[in-house]
Design a protein. Structure first.
Lengths: 123, 423
């Protein structure tokens, strides 16, 4: 089963990390990610720009409406995501726990993937 | 949850919480003290229980109760409490904070920012007050950034607060025109905070960089409150694109490295990408403004892989647009640099000569003029211009940059001299 691990955190907090703090978190994450990526269990991995860089297309109307900013105002923002391959919820939770130890604070929403098409198609 | 993260949550919640407390108590000192006390309680309870879902709402709720308790105590001590204080108090008590709507917050924060940007204050007081009240920097930190003593900074902030208390900013929700005016004033102060950090007029490189980062944080905050304002997108983009070059701007000895000589691999690619995204978003609105144009100019520099790839013709056109939006001799001076690249130093020199009277006290004018003269081989006049620049340098780094130019002049003339002797 494939899962999306959606990373929510306060972007105020994450954006106020100094470059050194940011680099340190990234290095710690790298240690957790690398064996998982090698084993084909993790990836793609994406980090998103702050919500101020977001644009929302509301497509309930015709023509659709282009709105500046994220879809929803929330206390914690969607700041990135992982795609993980796991046999069970327990296994993906373990991956998420390991990632969380390297990057504490905020929450991961673990959501099974119903359909996934990579760039090359299929898979 | 570690203390560093709690500190960041408190810092992030600060503008919203102090702004709401200011609306309730209509007094900066009361709002600040209430927030401080709420933070102390947060530091006691959050590490054990974890932070609340809405840290700002929690801090407002606790801060308000703390301030009300203090006022009640004061009411008992005071023989004759003032009538309007009491009615304010009851209003505040009647309100429940659980559900605070976003629109309310937005005007609260804008008001708080605007209070600090009150036009009755000189700009150095505006900046100091915004850093103290909105950003929560300590007086010591602000003093260090401005290279003044702590006592002097304390005095500057106290004076600013006193003036604000007298000037009475209205607490009703502002109308559209007033909101736009406040937004423009606030954007200016954020820009000034950034410039204070960027222009290297005081403090260590580290302190200055943190001012730039604070300005970016405030710009992002403002943009989240007003997500479809193209000028706020432009401002945020401008700050990001300028700050992206921070690591390349000074060499190891602290001397300025001019744009052309900077190691572009040191530029922060993520900041540049974010800045470019914001410009893209802003352009869609087709409402150009000074920040958007300046950001577009910074973007052209950021996109050039090598100095010779810079699209100077487009930069010239953008400065022309900026001259129309905000006519100023400094803008023309900047445009002349682009003209120097596209049409040569003679055209550029002709462009800045009429500015001499207005910009005679300006370091950069004499530096640019000297550079044009040097390119034209008018070394003696170039030397005069560089000498004038040095006496007007604001920092050691600026002075040493000009001294390097003079050294080049001297070296060139020596080489020229030897060549002449040989021939």
């Amino acid at each position: 089963m494939q899962y999306a691990i959606l990373c929510y955190h306060s972007e105020d907090v994450v954006c106020s990390w100094s470059k050194e703090e940011d680099d340190a978190v990234m290095a710690k994450l790298q240690v957790v990610q690398e064996p998982l990526v090698k084993a084909g269990k993790l990836g793609p991995i994406a980090r998103l720009m702050p919500t101020t860089a977001a644009t929302t297309l509301r497509k309930a109307t015709d023509p659709p409406l282009v709105i500046d900013g994220p879809f929803a105002e929330t206390k914690e923002q969607l700041l990135g995501f992982y795609i993980a391959e796991a046999q069970s919820l327990d296994e993906v939770l373990q991956i998420a726990r390991d990632l969380g130890r390297a990057n504490p604070g905020g929450s991961y929403e673990i959501r099974p993937i119903a359909y996934f098409q990579s760039k090359s198609g299929g898979g | 949850m570690d203390v560093g993260d709690i500190d960041r949550l408190l810092m992030a919640a600060r503008p919203q919480a102090v702004a709401a407390l200011l609306r309730n108590f209509r007094d900066l000192d009361t709002a600040e003290e209430a927030f401080q006390e709420a933070c102390l309680r947060a530091l006691k309870t959050w590490p054990g229980n974890g932070p609340p879902r809405d840290p700002a709402a929690w801090l407002i709720f606790v801060g308000r109760n703390v301030a009300l308790d203090a006022l009640r105590r004061k009411r008992r001590e005071d023989v004759l409490p003032s009538e309007d204080l009491l009615s304010n108090l009851d209003d505040a008590e009647g309100e429940i904070v659980q559900h605070l709507d976003a629109a309310h917050y937005r005007d609260d924060i804008l008001r708080l920012l605007f209070v600090c940007c009150d036009p009755v204050l000189p700009s150095n007081q505006q900046i100091a007050l915004a850093l103290r009240i909105v950003s929560g920097l300590s007086v010591k930190e602000i003093a260090r950034a401005f290279l003044v003593g702590e006592a002097a900074m304390e005095q500057r902030i106290t004076r600013a607060k006193r003036k604000i208390a007298e000037s009475q900013v209205p607490f009703e929700a502002p109308g559209a025109v007033e909101r736009a005016e406040r937004l423009a004033a606030v954007a200016t102060v954020i820009y000034l905070i950034f410039n204070e950090g960027y222009s290297a007029s005081g403090g260590t490189a580290h302190v200055r960089a943190s001012l730039c980062e604070e300005a970016i944080r405030l710009a992002r905050l403002l943009l989240r409150l007003f997500p479809s304002e193209p000028e706020i997108m432009g401002l945020t983009a401008l700050l990001l694109l300028q700050h992206a070059r921070q690591a390349a701007r000074l060499d190891t000895s602290g001397a300025i490295v001019v744009l052309e000589d900077q190691d572009r691999s040191l530029w922060n690619a993520a900041m540049i990408a974010e800045g470019l995204t914001l410009i893209d978003k802003a352009m869609r609105h087709r409402r150009p403004g000074v920040y958007q144009v300046q950001a577009a100019i910074a973007a052209l520099h950021a996109q050039a892989k090598r100095p010779e790839d810079t699209d100077w013709a487009q930069i010239d056109r953008l400065y022309e647009a900026l001259e129309r939006l905000q006519p100023s001799p400094v803008v023309t001076l900047n445009r002349a640099v682009a003209v120097g690249k596209t049409q040569g130093p003679a055209a550029a020199l002709a462009m800045i000569e009429p500015l001499a009277a207005q910009l005679s006290g300006y370091f950069y004018f004499h530096g640019v003029k000297g550079a044009f003269l040097m390119q034209l081989g008018r070394d003696a006049e170039a030397r005069v211009a560089f000498d004038q620049a040095i006496t007007r340098a604001n920092t050691a780094a600026e002075a040493s940059h000009i001294r390097a130019q003079i050294d080049r002049l001297i070296k060139d003339s020596e080489r020229g001299g030897i060549a002449t002797a040989r021939s």
